[in-house]
Design a protein around this ligand. Structure first.
Ligand code: KG4
Ligand code: ZN
Length: 362
C-alpha cells in the first residue's frame, strides 16, 4: 500500500500533468473567433486566431460625443452602439480577410458594464449565433483586460500577479493558471481610473481626464502631502475616495483663501499618492504569492508613471512588469476574443440563454 507521502506526490504529479495538458490545449488552439465588445463607449469587433494572434481589431469610439456631457451618457451609448455595430463587424471580417463562414465561434462581452450598451453586443452576437448555428461564448470584460497581455507578450503565461485598473474596477488578482485566478484585493469605493477622472474634472482637465492629469503631473512637483490610504494592516483592498475628497478639500481651501491654484503640483501630488499605494499593495501581493511577474491591464495601464513606479521596485528583485501594447489598453474586442479562446478551449460554449450581466464579478 503506498504511503500517504507517496500518495501526495502522485496527486501533485497528476495535477501538474493536468495543468500542462491545459496549457498545451490553450497555447495550440488555432480556432477563429469573431469577438464583439460594447460594454461602455467603444463599439468594437475583432477576429482573433488562437490565444495570441489578432487578425483584425476595429474600434469605433464614442468619446467625442460624450465629452460634451462630461461623462458617458448610457442612453446615447446604447443608441450609438446600435448604429455602429453592423459596420464594425463587417469591417473586422474584411480587415481579417475572412468571412463569417470561416469563423469557428462567436464571442461577446457579457459584463460588467452599462446594461443597455451590453445588450446591443449580446443580442447582436446571439442573433449571429442562431442564424449561423455557431457556438457563442459570453466573456467577462475584466478577464478580457487581463488577456490583453497575452496578445502583446507571446511568452507570458501564468502564474503571475495581475493588476487590473480601469474606469469602473480595480483588482489585484493572482492568476494561478489559465483556468484559475484568485482575487487578492479590490477597491471598496472608487476605481483607480474613476479617481483620476474625478480629480481631473475638478481641475478642469476635461473628460476622460486620466491621461490629461498624467500630462499635467509631469510639469508639477509633489508639494502637497495627500493621504496614502492603506486600510487595515495586511489588507490588499483599495480605497480611493478619501484621497479624492482630500484633493477637493485642498482646492476649496486654496480658493477660499484667494490663492491661485497650482494645478500641476496638485496633479503630481495626487498621482504620487495613489501610485505609491497601488505599487506597495501589488508588491505585497507578489511577495505573498511568491510570483515573479506583474501584468498591468485596464485603461489606467496607459499611465507611464504607474508602470515606471512598479518597474523601479520590481527590477531590483528580478521581477518583470508587463503592460499591453497601445491598441489593446482601452476597451477593444481583440482582448475579448483572447479571453474567449481560453474559455472555449476549457469549458466549451455558453448556454444560449445567457444574457447581459451589468454587475458580473471577476
Ligand atoms: O479600461 P477602460 O478603457 O474603460 C473601462 O473599462 O473603464 O479605462 C478607462 C479609464 C478612464 O478612467 C481613464 O481616465 C483611465 O482609464 N486612463 C488613465 C490614463 N489613460 C486612461 N488613467 C490614468 N492615467 C492615464 N494615462
Ligand atoms: Zn474596460
Amino acid at each position: 500500500m503506498p504511503s500517504p507521502w507517496k500518495e501526495g506526490m502522485i496527486e501533485e504529479a497528476r495535477e501538474m500533468e493536468q495543468v500542462k495538458e491545459m496549457e498545451h490545449r490553450i497555447e495550440n488552439t488555432k480556432a477563429l473567433t469573431l469577438a464583439i465588445e460594447s460594454s461602455c463607449d467603444e463599439t468594437s469587433a475583432a477576429v482573433v486566431e488562437g490565444l495570441r494572434t489578432v487578425r483584425s481589431n476595429v474600434v469605433s469610439s464614442q468619446i467625442a460625443t460624450h465629452v460634451t456631457y462630461g461623462g458617458v451618457v448610457p442612453e446615447i451609448a446604447s443608441r450609438m452602439h446600435i448604429e455602429a455595430i453592423h459596420h464594425v463587424v463587417e469591417r473586422a471580417l474584411a480587415e481579417a480577410d475572412t468571412t463569417l463562414d470561416a469563423i469557428d465561434f462567436l464571442s461577446v462581452t457579457q459584463g460588467p458594464g452599462l446594461v443597455g450598451a451590453l445588450l446591443v453586443g449580446v443580442s447582436y452576437a446571439k442573433g449571429l449565433a442562431i442564424a449561423t448555428g455557431k457556438d457563442i461564448v459570453g466573456v467577462n470584460h475584466m478577464k478580457g483586460h487581463i488577456a490583453s497581455n497575452y496578445i502583446t507578450h507571446p511568452h507570458l503565461k501564468p502564474p503571475y500577479i495581475a493588476l487590473v485598473v480601469s474606469g469602473g474596477h480595480s483588482y489585484i488578482m493572482d492568476v494561478i493558471d489559465y483556468d484559475h485566478m484568485e482575487k487578492l484585493g479590490e477597491t471598496r469605493d472608487d476605481a483607480m481610473g474613476e479617481a483620476y477622472d474625478k480629480v481631473a474634472r475638478v481641475l478642469g482637465f476635461g473628460y476622460p481626464g486620466g491621461s490629461a492629469l498624467e500630462k499635467h503631473a509631469l510639469e508639477g512637483s509633489p508639494t502637497i502631502d495627500f493621504p496614502r490610504v492603506y486600510l487595515e494592516k495586511g489588507s490588499l483592498d483599495f480605497s480611493f475616495s478619501g484621497l479624492k475628497t482630500a484633493v477637493i478639500n485642498h482646492i476649496n481651501t486654496e480658493k477660499m483663501k484667494g490663492h491661485s491654484l497650482n494645478s500641476p503640483d496638485i496633479a503630481r501630488s495626487f498621482q504620487d499618492s495613489i501610485i505609491e499605494v497601488v505599487r506597495d499593495k501589488t508588491m505585497d501581493a507578489l511577495h505573498r504569492r511568491g510570483r515573479k511577474i506583474i501584468a498591468i491591464s485596464g485603461g489606467v495601464s496607459a499611465n507611464t508613471a504607474l508602470r515606471k513606479a512598479l518597474e523601479e521596485v520590481a527590477s531590483k528583485e528580478g521581477v518583470e512588469v508587463y503592460v499591453p501594447a497601445r491598441g489593446y489598453i482601452s476597451d477593444n474586442a481583440a482582448m475579448i476574443g483572447a479571453a474567449a479562446q481560453i474559455e472555449y478551449a476549457l469549458h466549451g460554449p455558453s448556454d444560449l440563454r445567457f444574457t447581459a450581466d451589468p454587475n458580473m464579478k471577476l
